[in-house]
Write a protein that binds this ligand. Structure first.
Ligand SMILES: Cc1cc2nc3c(=O)[nH]c(=O)nc-3n(C[C@H](O)[C@H](O)[C@H](O)COP(=O)(O)O)c2cc1C
Length: 417
């Protein structure tokens, strides 16, 4: 659906007294999502690391560039599509991998997948998803999906996850590099809340045969600070886990699953030397997510990597770090068009997508906006957010005088004074 159709759908609805169910404005969308979620769930999704300076830097970076629209260029036909790894997608955006979506809505990925399929926007399955990838893949039909990997300390688990991703039709593997440990997330610390400890967001693990085997091997060490016997709150969440996987878990095994997950989920020692392991085990394109330095971009090219995601994890990892749009030109210059460069963190509307493309991105990932749409109205909410992004981008592109993505180049922007 092109921008004008979406606009008239909304305006014509207004004639009959209908207003959009999901706020169009991002700040209002976030406010509504806050009202729909528990305090802890909202904090987990909305918050950044430390003083949240990186979140601000992401937005400020977008604000420092201005679009300079060009006139009289016949933009009656606009092609918003782009090809990524041999697949043409309708708009230059994908849904970012977001873990623990059950915090936003109990249907989690089961609500996101139909929205992705209805709009044709690729979905990137999170390694920390609330629903096993095979089940979500089944809801996507032919719609594209990628898999995001957190590199576990267990290479067997890495291999198993990647094999499962291939088997359920994922078309690329995105290795997230910026979260070898969790950042210092002030709001979550204040509430002493980490969803994984409650058995949330570990469905890719609990559904994995290698993870199940790891559970049977030597007993996991209890978590530091854990009481020898779980209290009522901890027990409640373990029972949730058992309810989700009745065939696999007893209370003791559920607790073990959480402890084992904490031990295996990330590998802080990960280095460039590990990448060949993955390269040898999949034919799928491999993207590195979290690259912001041009030297790392060059190194990725040398390592035979197929794409990058310039990202700072939505400001959730290193506080006070560079905004992604500030990092993009240097990375794009180092890559010089040889592989796709994607960007996320702070993308909130069509103009942001436009600016990222103008500075060298092939496409962007939409993150928190779709999670807030999910919180407000489930599947319909995600669909609305995606359709608004599409419309906003299509109209911005046309009004700026660009009939195709190729026309969105560096000349379309100036630095704000
Ligand atoms: C609640 C939440 C969970 C996330 N989980 C993951 C994840 O499991 N894997 C990953 O690579 N990135 C994860 N991210 C980062 C997103 O993929 C993306 O980089 C980020 O949301 C972009 O910032 P924005 O949402 O502010 O636009 C998560 C982000 C949020 C907000």
């Amino acid at each position: 659906m092109k921008g004008v159709e979406r606009q008239s759908q909304i305006y014509v609805g207004g004639v009959s007294g209908r207003r959009p169910r999901v706020p169009v404005d991002f700040a209002e969308l976030e406010r509504r999502a806050e009202g729909a979620m528990s305090q802890k769930a909202f904090a987990y999704v909305a918050a950044g690391a430390g003083l949240e300076e990186t979140m601000r830097a992401n937005r400020e970076a977008f604000q420092r560039w201005r679009i300079v629209p060009r006139m009289l260029r016949d933009v009656s036909e606009r092609d918003t599509s782009v090809e990524l790894f041999g697949r043409r997608i309708p708009y230059p955006f994908l849904l970012a991998p977001i873990g623990v979506l059950e915090l936003a809505h109990r249907e989690a990925e089961r609500a996101v997948a139909p929205a992705a399929a209805a709009t044709g926007v690729p979905m990137i399955f999170s390694n920390q998803a609330s629903t096993p990838m095979e089940e979500v893949a089944g809801l996507l039909g032919e719609s594209p999906r990628w898999f995001q990997l957190y590199w576990s300390v267990s290479n067997d688990l890495v291999e198993s996850l990647v094999g499962r991703a291939e088997a359920c039709g994922c078309e690329a593997i995105v290795v997230t590099l910026d979260t070898t440990v969790l950042g210092w997330r002030t709001r979550d610390l204040e509430l002493a809340y980490l969803p994984f400890l409650r058995g949330k967001g570990i469905a890719q693990y609990t559904s994995d045969p290698v993870f199940q085997r790891l559970l049977d091997e030597e007993p996991p060490r209890p978590l530091p600070g854990a009481a020898p016997r779980p209290g009522p709150a901890a027990l409640g969440t373990l029972f949730q886990l058992i309810r989700n996987y009745p065939e696999r878990f007893s209370p003791g095994r559920a607790r073990k699953a959480v402890e084992r997950f904490i031990q295996v989920y990330s590998r802080p020692s990960l280095s460039w030397d590990d990448l060949p392991f993955l390269r040898e085990r999949t034919k799928l394109p491999i993207l590195l997510k979290g690259i912001v330095h041009p030297d790392d971009a060059r190194r990725a090219l040398d390592a035979g990597i197929d794409g990058l995601v310039v990202s700072n994890h939505g400001g959730r990892q290193v506080d006070g770090s560079i905004g992604t749009l500030d990092a993009l030109p240097g990375v794009a210059e180092a890559i010089d068009g040889r592989i796709p460069v994607l960007l996320d963190s702070g993308v909130r509307g069509g103009a942001d997508v436009f600016k990222a493309l103008a500075l060298g991105a092939t496409a962007v990932l939409i993150g928190r906006p779709y999670v807030f749409g999910l919180a407000v109205a489930g599947e319909a909410g995600v669909k609305e957010v995606i359709r608004n992004f599409m419309a906003d981008f299509d109209l911005t592109m046309g009004l700026a005088g660009c009939g195709s993505l190729e026309a969105i180049d560096r000349q379309t922007l100036v630095r704000a004074a």
